[in-house]
Design a protein around this ligand. Structure first.
Ligand SMILES: [Ca+2]
Ligand SMILES: [Ca+2]
Length: 243
């Protein structure tokens, strides 16, 4: 790492430390650059870093983020959502199929997450959000009820600020998985006049992990000041040499 990249990192830290809450990573699933087809998209974050993956045999593609009233994505043209299907057979695989997001929360506290999800008529009505502190073992967090088909449920959100270990964790991860109806051993359909089916779809958009930058220790500021001073000296030397 050269001095320039260190200073660039410090400048970012200074900006981050002055903000209240920041988006750590966000997926809008749109093509980058836009290509005017909602059938194409991307699972690379639009903001920040992280990975998005399919879990348990689910298959993925891209579809419109604006149909059925649309997601909260402000992009009007080429707004895609991450379309997922191939869910478990009725009565099987509770909490095993869905999607996973891995996002390091290093340098951040008071972590919150949010996402939009369009349920198709025959998809699982219940969606369970799980989190992981080690990237391997997942813990149940919040069960959401998507009790309407062909409908976007926007801004599903969870506040993880009171859960120890979520902040400042390089291995933080989330799963959103199809779950049996509470107290039962079957999936219910999102549309109560339909039948649950493995070809039902969940379409995600605007998956977001946010947090507040952790205050930087005084020792770090002193070190930063020292490094910035060093840059000044190097710049002056460079100018002297050039002259
Ligand atoms: Ca989108
Ligand atoms: Ca596209």
């Amino acid at each position: 790492m050269n001095l320039k990249s260190i200073v660039a990192g410090l400048a970012f830290s200074v900006v981050g430390a002055s903000a209240q809450a920041s988006v750590i990573a966000q997926w809008n699933f749109n093509s980058n650059p836009a290509d005017s087809s909602t059938g194409t998209g991307s699972i690379i974050p639009a903001i920040g870093n992280g990975t998005a993956a399919l879990v348990g045999g689910v298959t993925g593609s891209f579809a419109s983020g604006t149909s059925n009233g649309g997601s909260s994505d402000p992009v009007a043209a080429d707004n895609s959502g991450w379309q997922t299907t191939t869910y478990a057979a009725q009565g099987a695989g509770d909490k095993t199929r869905g999607v996973q997001f891995n996002v390091s929360t290093v340098g951040f506290k008071d972590i919150t997450i949010s996402y939009d999800l369009r349920h198709s008529n025959t998809s699982s009505r219940y969606e369970l959000v799980q989190y992981s502190l080690d990237g391997i073992n997942f813990i149940d967090s919040t069960l959401f009820d998507g009790n309407a088909g062909d409908t976007w449920f926007k801004n599903r959100s969870i506040d993880f600020s009171s859960i120890a270990g979520v902040a400042d964790n390089a291995n933080f991860a989330l799963r959103i998985v199809a779950a049996f109806a509470p107290g039962d051993q079957v999936y219910l359909p999102s549309n109560n006049t339909s039948n649950y089916g493995t070809a039902g779809t969940w379409r995600f958009d605007m998956a977001t992990v946010s947090g507040s930058p952790v205050p930087v220790p005084a020792a770090f500021w002193m070190m930063s000041a020292g490094l910035l001073g060093l840059v000044g000296i190097n710049r002056r030397r460079a100018m002297t040499t050039a002259a």
